[in-house]
Design a binder for this molecule. Structure first.
Ligand code: DGI
Ligand code: FE
Ligand code: FE
Length: 195
């Protein structure tokens, strides 16, 4: 069992590639800043940020094997695109290897790729921090979404989901039901403000 922040960081440095480790630190720092703004436990945000991609550098075979071994369900979309499984396998490893028993941290890792309906503030923070952390540069609208994240987090969640789905459509990628459900949920959240 790898416990305490220093050892978690050391372990991640050796299991992730260099860019992924840099991204991981970026997500942790960004999540801590958002936690300050939205009055969420800063340490929880740091741990969730550090561990959100802990399964990212595992081969697809290994991720699928982990799911089968530990009875984690695999959807059709995940079977076709096993990279999606890094969230589910990561949540499992956070508990199994890093001893995380705080389910809000575990769930924020689980939901960080597709998002979900009605996320907690910590879940929203990890979802958003993953997209806006300083090492990211490819997504459209980044400067706007970075500012928006600190002003209106629900609108930032919706904008990221919408941009992600539009991007996936251009790449002809299969979209997971969780992603679509989450997008519709947050579209309603934003729409219902207008009336
Ligand atoms: O792990 P990261 O690269 O830091 O980021 P991430 O966990 O958000 O996910 C990486 C990719 O997953 C990103 O390009 C968007 C994509 N994604 C999110 N939802 C879906 C999806 N890909 C497919 N095929 N289907 C989805 O529903
Ligand atoms: Fe990820
Ligand atoms: Fe990430």
């Amino acid at each position: 069992m790898v416990k305490n922040l220093k050892n978690i960081k050391k372990d991640l440095k050796s299991t992730l590639d260099k860019d992924r480790y840099e991204h991981t630190l970026g997500v942790a720092y960004t999540a801590m800043c958002l936690a300050m703004k939205y009055e969420v436990d800063i340490k929880k945000a740091e741990v969730a940020g550090l561990l959100h991609d802990c399964a990212k550098c595992m081969s697809d075979e290994k991720k699928l094997k982990k799911c089968i071994e530990h009875n984690l369900s695999i959807t059709e979309t995940e079977k076709e695109q096993p990279y999606l499984l890094h969230a589910k396998v990561g949540a499992f490893i956070a508990m199994d290897k890093y001893g995380i028993d705080d389910m809000e941290i575990v769930n924020s890792i689980l939901k960080h790729t597709t998002g979900s309906r009605d996320m907690t503030m910590l879940e929203k923070i990890i979802y958003v921090a993953d997209y806006i952390e300083p090492n990211r540069s490819k997504a459209t609208n980044l400067p706007v979404i970075r500012k928006m994240a600190f002003e209106d987090i629900d609108l930032a969640v919706f904008t990221i989901m919408n941009d992600t789905v539009e991007y996936l459509k251009t790449k002809n990628k299969k979209i997971d039901a969780h992603t679509l459900n989450a997008l519709e949920y947050y579209r309603n959240v934003i729409e219902s403000r207008k009336s």
